[in-house]
Design a protein around this ligand. Structure first.
Ligand code: USQ
Length: 397
């Protein structure tokens, strides 16, 4: 297949591009390199040393003989350029990662809120609009988030996207209708992914676009089979308070002897997936597209659920790190349960990497190896969800 990977320079986009190229697909990365600009804005860098995208693709070619093409396009701003690219290249599939993906970054200030909404919603709509306009009815696979469901405790498993609801009819009967699971975002970033869902629903219905939305949990880990092949193919690894996700943050904190930064009681339960499984899921989704005219296909892309404090205690036992319970900068439920259905990927052959088997290797291979690159002043999470919370958040544990 000819595959366009939008956002192919990012944390999940890069290993996905390598994985698909390795499988023999013709991969075209489209990216505006915004994630690298944001590193500059925040004054941080990936824990792992990252080369330019041009250098990464050159090394991939030298290693494997395969070419990954790179196109510098801003999807949110350069609609006409993207439309022309699409008409010219006619990909069979488009994978859409090209969104600002950090919840804390999206909550930093009014400017960051505007940026996240404008960037994410425009990018998604521009892609859909250009597909219809050019008649390129490629299979669109979008990286969504488990966060669209919210984390309120309902004591029932979260289904894969849809919920059957009974509505009382005028004559007293019950009509059953399938609806998108009620969106319940916990940040501006998560809200944009909820808005994406409506855009997909409309374009699938109105224009018969074939769309798959992957509701992914928190990704942990760094390496995939392909990123291990050469030092310069390494994936990025964020540890800072805005872009670092919880488990990867705990790993690097343990490696630099920084108390593990648990927000609140650590009673938040979240869904997790290893980066290797994430790229496999994307491939499985690509190979199982919906039919034209079918509703949007939704998968829950996660393999395990864990409570934040249990993760901290697990890593503390493994490494001897101390655990710090800090005031929570976020507005979120202090404690929640989470049960998630992920039957579709399991039935299609996903064999999950568990935390137990992968964690130790990650600490030793990545966190300790690159610990010398960490700027400790960038570890605290200082982005507060409301102005009131900002007053109560302790800046440094
Ligand atoms: N947390 C801590 N300590 C930290 C960092 C986070 O206790 O140092 C807590 C947070 O308060 C939150 C939980 O850990 O309760 C998860 O935070 P996170 O930053 O790991 O994850 P989140 O903000 O939800 O976002 C990440 C990715 C996002 C993706 C999402 C999947 O950045 O792109 O969509 O995970 S999910 O969480 O399932 O919605």
């Amino acid at each position: 297949m000819k595959i366009a990977v939008l956002g192919g320079d990012g944390f999940v986009g890069w290993p996905t591009s390598l994985h698909l190229s390795d499988k023999g697909h013709e991969v075209h990365i489209i990216d505006n390199l915004s994630r690298r600009w944001i590193d500059t804005e925040l004054g941080v860098q990936s824990l792992t040393p990252m080369d330019s995208i041009q250098e990464r693709t050159r090394v991939w070619h030298a290693e494997t003989g395969r070419r990954i093409h790179f196109h510098l396009i801003d999807l949110a701003k350069d609609y006409e350029v993207f439309k022309q690219w699409l008409a010219e290249h006619q990909p069979d599939a488009i994978i859409h990662f090209a969104e600002q993906r950090a919840a804390p970054y999206s909550m930093k200030s009014d400017r960051h809120k505007n940026y996240t909404v404008n960037n994410n919603v425009n990018a998604t709509h521009n892609v859909l609009n250009a597909m219809v306009e050019t008649g390129v009815h490629a299979h669109l696979v979008h990286l969504g988030t488990m966060g669209v469901y919210g984390y309120s405790t309902v004591g029932a498993a979260i289904p894969e996207g849809y919920l059957p609801v009974g509505i009382e009819t005028l004559d007293g009967d019950t009509a059953v209708q399938e609806i998108l699971y009620p969106a319940n975002p916990g940040s501006i970033y998560h809200m944009t992914k909820c808005l994406d869902q409506l855009l997909f629903q409309f374009y699938a219905k109105n224009d018969g676009l074939r769309i798959t939305d992957l509701h992914q949990g928190i990704v942990w880990g760094t390496h995939t089979e392909q990123t291990r092949r050469h030092e310069q193919l390494i994936n990025r690894f964020d540890y800072d308070g805005d872009y670092g996700t919880v488990l990867n943050r705990f790993l690097i904190q343990a490696a630099i002897d920084y108390p593990l930064t648990v927000h609140g009681t650590g009673g938040q339960t979240r869904a997790f997936i290893h980066i290797q499984d994430s790229v496999r899921c994307i491939e499985i989704a690509l190979n199982n597209p919906p039919e034209a005219g079918e509703k949007v296909k939704i998968f829950n892309q996660m393999t395990e659920t864990h409570r934040v404090r249990d993760l901290a205690e697990m890593i503390s036992k493994m490494t001897g790190a101390r655990v710090a319970y800090l005031p929570n900068p976020r507005k979120e439920a202090a404690e929640n349960d989470l049960i998630v259905k992920n039957d579709q990927f399991l039935q299609l052959g996903l064999n999950p990497t568990t935390l137990q088997e992968g964690l130790l290797e990650e600490v030793v291979e990545v966190a300790r190896k690159y610990a010398y690159r960490v700027d400790r002043s960038r570890v605290p999470a200082v982005s507060a969800w409301t102005k009131d919370i900002a007053k109560t958040v302790e800046r440094d544990p």
